[in-house]
Design a protein around this ligand. Structure first.
Ligand SMILES: [Zn+2]
Length: 1076
């Protein structure tokens, strides 16, 4: 599955402006894999639900096979025939969107058994003619199938259970038939529906997300990755809609069923494949296509998106990337077609369904007018990631989910190779250091981390499987494989990879199978290694964490120790290698690359690393090794001097490394925080993206810890001074912001320059952002370059009030491309107005305002804003049980949510709140966020300690980092308004809740304190009436119309009267007079 956690550079930048999110966190927060396993109890209209007879009563805890989460090995599926009919309009009898289905599976009995267990979740079965939920027949007419004695649904373990009256015979084949109904819910898992508006009309798409355990929500199946089978899929759908599945269309015909005139699309049988890679989609999408060497490539999306050309970039890049991987794997693409489709509602970034890859719209659709270079990079890398899975993952599949890290880590590594092929000018391969290596270092340096590999028996329940889709699997997996490929050389690495794919094609493997094939390649190639590939890699795969390698250039001693961000944290997990690693060391001396070394013990002496004079050592060149590096103080000082005098002597990736290593070593109390800050002194000379990005993500921690303290002011002054030359550099390069820098990395760093300059209150920057945004508001024509939009929107909204916010909100609602909507959605969290932030928080739980897939990331955006932090935390605490029930229990985004809203916690008060939160919700639970709650507690404690130990030093350092001059005196800890420019102001009002300032205009004068009717919504009303006596308002009913002004008889008391005359009163009057 695609790493949804990759978010655009531009969105990441917003985080920086928000004075908050470490980029790493922001990256993590944006929607990774997060299936919403809706816990709603919506029962689909049962055609006939439940059991056909009571299941045998079993004592608890039960040891019955149906109470275990893993399938027994007795039955092996061969092929399925599945027909599904999703209804894209509400079912009148149930009021729900539903689908109906028929399924049959032919399986072979591998061990005699009188029990059939097949996965099934939230499906309601029709009772068949035998009175049971399924029919069983024998394939071979010579053998009679036993009869079904009991059939029932085991909801907790998600099985359809069939107890037979006799045994199935070994090596015989049987046929199991079912009929069922399911809900086509909007829960983003299994067979689900996605909705969107087109020309004012609501459209519904039926689509799927099976990984990891939701195929069983679409039809009964042996839903484990090793239970590969062939699938014959048929979809029934309305005329005019398009049906897609893994295979090509074999036949399509129209017919009438239950009074509906519908289309039946039969697909070619699939290859032998796992259930989690199936996909069924019915939509009225359009597509564009081309053919590369006989493979049909199509891009599907909403009709207006295709018409606007938003699929072209993906179409153009898919062919070259596919060709690259064919060459890389030395295996041709296994299928005749490659469909890719952009869905309005999709929880992960993308999903590698074999032959029909599904994406979030932002991960596939590109529009030059709206998309930044970061959006473009994301599209290229996600396409590469998913295409890489077509072989690695789909053709050869890991046997069980405990090896997920190999599947995802591999794709997360080679996605950079594929993207490089598509965009060779970008240097995109370098960026793995920032996006994966540095990102996962932050998580893997905690005592609560876990090894890449889990034991098969520890991963049983769907929630445990879901929890594996984390940064360790993706980013550590990618980092470790990159290191492996580097020390083997790419030639040897691909040699082993190719024989591995050859041996296990259409089958399943475990991770050691790959290592064994790589070892065979090492032997064939005569590569010199200190130990075998499996032995070297075991130290990286079977124990959590990574080492810090310390090089003492005075003695030549090189040593390693387990790197822990908090040195006081206690590691309770026992490691088979005692937290030692076999470490490849690439290094240079005084700018000259040296022979690579290995560290195979706790420590060793290497005379070549002993220095004299002005020489210096730099290790882990290009950060290909998965470890940090520390040096003796003299060598550190020489490196810092080098950075200041001629930073280009050190390779650019290593400049980023020096910054990141120094800040993290300081966090771990291995070097002083002051030394890390010293390194940032050279940044006023630095123009390259990677070191700046590395510095900004590390300084984000300083912002998180200090943006509510007196350190904030001096830190802002220092960073403003450091970033000003960069701001000027890009101002000149772009001819006063009128053109786009040529280089990909320059485009990124231009965004950094503007973001940090604006964030540190550089007035020229803020005026620039406000002017651009105002021009858009005034002319309704957006001339802000897509690269700069996120940062400009955020700064303008932060500086503005309700007017700017409402304008951005309406633009968000009218955005026709999700990429633009995403930029606005994150920028809306930048406002400093608490009431706007609170209202925005409420919107996140209303799917009509914020799509479910975006809810958690929006809450975290708000928490990243210093003004929104406590609001978001209060909101999550107050709504936890609702959020948990509505937004699924097994979802990865819960850990992002919890980590995101507690990131800034650094006081005892916050720690107590967090512990209370854990206690209060112990019954409701935290699902896949369980670990995150403990991690947050651990992080809060370590933040508290860090602040106590560092605040004074840091404040002193920032204070003296700037030359002597006139400054405001430091203020005590507290919440402050940002400084305002010089001007005439009203005297300050006491602390309290106020309406937001309104623009100049005519208003009613303020009214004295009192009870008033609430303001009414916009509409036509009678004008307000003057003070007087009035009839009370009457309830709705039939009345005589109000009479015109005039003299009338007073209303008469209750009594008997003649009916009203046809003549008016004055007409009758004269008659009376005459009689008299
Ligand atoms: Zn993946």
């Amino acid at each position: 599955m695609g790493k949804g956690f990759f978010i655009s550079k531009a969105v990441g930048i917003v985080a920086i402006i928000l004075c908050a999110g470490a980029v790493a966190v922001i990256i993590a927060l944006s929607v990774v894999y997060s299936q919403e396993k809706a816990k709603n109890n919506n029962q689909v209209s049962p055609t006939d639900a439940g059991s056909t007879s009571n299941p045998p009563v079993t004592p608890s805890p039960s040891n019955e096979p149906w109470d275990k989460y893993r399938l027994p090995k007795s039955l092996v599926p061969d092929h399925y025939n599945v027909t599904l009919w999703p209804r894209l309009t509400v079912d009148v009898t149930t009021g729900l969107y539903i689908f109906t289905g028929d399924s049959s599976v032919e399986f072979e009995c591998a061990e005699e058994t009188d029990l059939i267990l097949i996965h099934s979740n939230k499906l309601n079965y029709t009772k068949l003619e035998n009175g049971h939920l399924a029919m069983l027949t024998s394939v071979n007419s010579g053998v009679k199938a036993p009869s079904i004695e009991f059939s029932w649904l085991q909801n907790v373990t998600q099985y359809l259970v069939l107890q037979l009256d006799g045994k199935l015979s070994k090596d015989h084949r049987y046929h199991l038939v079912t009929q069922f109904t399911g809900e086509l819910a909007d829960d983003l898992g299994g067979f689900y529906r996605s909705e969107y508006m087109e020309d004012g009309i609501k459209k519904v798409v039926a689509t799927t997300q099976m990984q990891p355990t939701d195929a069983r929500k679409a039809f009964p199946c042996f839903d484990e990755p090793a239970m590969k089978a062939i699938f014959y899929i048929t979809l029934i759908h309305d005329n005019g809609t398009v049906a897609l599945s893994n295979g090509e269309v074999k036949d399509s015909s129209n017919f009438s069923i239950e009074g509906h005139y519908v289309q039946k699309t039969i697909f070619e049988p699939t290859e032998k494949m796992s259930t989690y890679l199936l996909a069924f989609i019915v939509s009225d999408f359009a597509f564009i296509n081309n053919t590369i060497d006989g493979v049909l490539i199509r891009i599907f999306a909403r009709k207006p998106a295709i018409a606007a050309g938003q699929g072209e970039y993906a179409l153009n890049k898919t062919g070259p990337i596919l060709k690259f991987f064919e060459k890389y794997y030395n295996t041709s693409y296994p299928l005749p077609k490659s469909d890719q489709i952009a869905l309005p509602d999709f929880n992960a970034g993308a999903m590698e369904n074999w032959g029909l890859i599904t994406y979030r719209e932002t991960a596939l659709l590109y529009d030059e007018a709206y998309s930044s270079n970061s959006n473009k990079q994301r599209i290229a890398t996600i396409i590469a990631h998913e295409l890489a899975h077509m072989w690695f993952g789909n053709l050869v599949t890991l046997r069980w989910w405990n090896d997920l890290w190999l599947n995802e880590g591999f794709a997360s590594y080679v996605e950079y190779l594929g993207a490089h092929e598509a965009e060779p000018d970008w240097n995109v391969k370098d960026l793995i250091v920032l996006s994966d290596v540095h990102r996962v270092f932050a998580v893997d340096a905690l005592a609560s981390s876990h090894p890449l590999s889990s034991r098969e028996e520890d991963i049983q329940k769907p929630a445990q499987i879901s929890e594996l889709f984390d940064a360790i699997s993706y980013s550590k997996g990618a980092s470790v494989l990159r290191m492996l490929s580097d020390f083997l050389t790419e030639e040897v690495f691909t040699m082993g990879l190719r024989t591995y794919l050859g041996e296990f094609a259409f089958g399943n493997a475990v991770y050691t199978d790959l290592l064994n094939h790589l070892q065979m390649a090492v032997i064939a190639n005569g590569t010199d290694l200190p130990d075998s590939v499996p032995n070297i890699m075991s130290t990286w795969i079977l124990q959590m964490g990574f080492p810090v390698v310390t090089i003492n250039t005075t003695t030549g001693v090189v040593s390693q120790q387990h790197f822990l961000l908090d040195p006081d944290s206690e590691v309770t997990a026992v490691s088979p290698f005692n937290y030692e690693w076999i470490v490849p060391i690439k290094w240079m001396k005084t700018g000259i690359i040296q022979e690579p070394q290995w560290l195979t013990n706790k420590s060793a002496t290497n005379d070549k690393m002993k220095l004299s004079g002005a020489d210096w050592v730099l290790a882990n060149l290009d950060v290909v090794g998965y470890y940090r590096v520390n040096y003796d103080t003299d060598n550190w000082n020489r490196l810092v001097d080098n950075l200041r005098t001629d930073h280009k002597l050190i390779p650019v990736i290593n400049r980023a490394q020096l910054v990141d290593d120094a800040f993290n070593l300081a966090r771990a109390k291995i070097i002083s925080t002051v030394l890390a800050l010293e390194i940032t002194q050279y940044l006023n000379e630095e123009r390259d993206y990677m070191p700046w990005e590395s510095a900004l993500s590390n300084l984000d921690f300083f912002y998180l810890m200090f943006d509510r303290s007196e350190v904030y002011g001096p830190m802002q002054d220092y960073l403003r001074k450091q970033v000003t030359p960069l701001f000027e550099y890009y101002k000149n390069m772009t001819l006063n912001w009128s053109k786009v820098p040529d280089g990909h990395m320059d485009q990124y760093n231009q965004v950094n320059a503007i973001s940090l300059a604006c964030k540190t209150d550089l007035e020229e920057c803020q005026n620039l952002a406000k002017a651009w945004f105002n021009q858009w508001m005034n002319t309704n024509e957006n001339q802000i370059h897509p690269n700069l939009r996120s940062t400009v929107y955020c700064n303008a909204i932060a500086a503005g009030g309700a007017k700017e916010w409402e304008f951005a909100w309406s633009q968000f609602n009218n955005a026709t491309i999700a990429i633009e909507a995403d930029k606005l959605r994150s920028a809306l969290a930048c406002t400093k107005q608490p009431w706007l932030l609170n209202r925005y928080l409420e919107y996140t739980l209303d799917p009509d305002m914020i799509r479910k897939q975006d809810a958690t990331s929006t809450i975290v955006y708000i928490a990243n804003n210093v003004a929104g932090q406590s609001l978001a935390w209060d909101f999550v605490r107050a709504r936890w049980s609702y959020i948990f029930t509505e937004y699924g229990g097994g979802s990865f985004s819960f850990s992002n949510l919890i980590n995101g809203v507690t990131k800034r916690f650094s006081t005892d008060f916050e720690l107590q709140q967090l512990k209370q939160f854990k206690a209060d919700n112990s019954v409701v639970g935290f699902g896949s966020g369980t670990l995150a709650v403990d991690q947050s507690i651990e992080r809060t404690i370590s933040n508290m300690k860090w602040i106590t130990e560092n605040k004074e030093n840091v404040l002193n350092w920032f204070d003296t980092a700037l030359p002597l001059g006139l400054y405001y005196p430091p203020r005590p800890l507290g919440l402050y308004y940002p400084p305002r420019p010089l001007g005439l102001y009203y005297p300050p009002r006491p602390l309290g809740l106020y309406y937001p300032p309104r623009p100049l205009g005519l208003y009613y004068p303020p009214r004295p304190l009192g009870l008033y009717y609430p303001p009414r919504p916009l509409g036509l009303y009678y004008p307000p009436r003057p003070l007087g006596l009035y009839y009370p308002p009457r309830p709705l009913g039939l009345y005589h119309p109000p009479r015109p002004l005039g003299l009338y008889h007073p209303p008469r008391p209750l009594g008997l009267y003649y009916p009203p005359s046809l003549f008016p009163a004055w007409f009758e009057c004269p008659v009376v007079l005459m009689v008299r």
